[in-house]
Design a protein around this ligand. Structure first.
Ligand SMILES: NC(=O)c1ccc[n+]([C@@H]2O[C@H](COP(=O)([O-])OP(=O)(O)OC[C@H]3O[C@@H](n4cnc5c(N)ncnc54)[C@H](OP(=O)(O)O)[C@@H]3O)[C@@H](O)[C@H]2O)c1
Length: 254
């Protein structure tokens, strides 16, 4: 597998979960991956694992809610590698006190900045380089909560992820003439550390039935391998044992 040989891919939220899965999959396909998250430790571990497997990875820690930091990392990548082909805007966050009766201004800021501003800051940081080099690809990790309104993820997360999906479509509308495309990946439940913030704890048995980080990572790899003239605008990926469907079946007595 080397469809991405020579490509430079920046993956945010790459120290754990879906971002870790995507970084491994993109590197196994030949891309050089730059890994960003706030904590250097997990990034270094993922970079070491990718290198040990024969891939090329660089850890570059930073907070995606700080526009200057985001621009600095994008500039570092372009200066070092002379291009930036794929941007996986995957970093995201949720909070425990998420319902309308519990959420605070700090919680609202954390969720909106961490899921929505982070994607905007990343997009405006990478787009100039992509335009200059004649094309590029942005893949954003949104959520099923970005397509359907529900209570489980909390109102701020639902609003932020709807914004992420909308932002992705507007990138396609404006940047298609520059050979730049954007895909919104909408996962259902994936067994990653973000589930540890759920108000109702998720058991190991339930996590085992969910989508895994490697499943979504492989989908991101597939999208990244599409030829330039094709865009998958939006794609959903959910566990077959879908807890929402199972609960609905139980309510319906089916
Ligand atoms: N798991 C699911 O069921 C599910 C479903 C739908 C969508 N998603 C979305 O999938 C994406 C990845 O989440 P995950 O499920 O893989 O959970 P995760 O393991 O918690 O990954 C989130 C990653 O984002 C990083 N991050 C958070 N805030 C950041 C910031 N301000 N700047 C830089 N990095 C930041 C975290 O690292 P640091 O803490 O070190 O910064 C972490 O590695 C998120 O956008 C999430 O909303 C997840």
């Amino acid at each position: 597998m080397s469809k991405l040989a020579g490509k430079i891919a920046w993956v945010t939220g790459a120290g754990t979960g879906i971002g870790e899965g995507a970084a491994h999959a993109l590197a196994a396909e030949g891309a050089t991956v730059i890994l960003t998250g706030r904590r250097p430790g997990p990034l270094k571990d993922v970079a070491a694992a990718i290198t040990a497997a024969g891939g090329k990875a660089h850890a570059k820690a930073g907070d995606m809610t700080d526009a200057a930091v985001v621009q600095g990392i994008a500039d570092w990548i372009v200066k070092k590698f002379k291009r930036l082909d794929i941007f996986v805007a995957n970093a995201g966050i949720n909070i425990l006190d998420r319902s309308w009766d519990k959420i605070s201004p700090l919680g609202i800021d954390t969720v909106l900045h961490g899921n929505l501003d982070s994607v905007f800051y990343g997009a405006i940081a990478v787009l100039p380089a992509m335009r200059k080099q004649g094309g590029g690809q942005i893949i954003v990790t949104a959520s099923m909560a970005g397509r359907w309104v529900g209570l489980m993820s909390g109102p701020a997360y639902v609003a932020a992820k709807h914004g992420v999906v909308a932002a992705c479509h507007t990138i396609n509308m404006q940047e298609c003439v520059n050979n730049i495309r954007c895909t919104a990946v909408l996962p259902g439940e994936v067994a990653t550390p973000i589930l540890d913030k759920r108000p109702v704890p998720v058991s190991p048995e339930e996590r085992a039935k969910m989508a895994q980080k490697e499943d979504v990572g492989d989908l991101i790899r597939y999208i990244a391998c599409l030829p330039d003239h094709i865009t998958i605008n939006e794609v959903m990926i959910t566990p077959t044992w879908n807890r929402g469907y199972v609960a609905a079946l139980q309510r319906a007595g089916v």
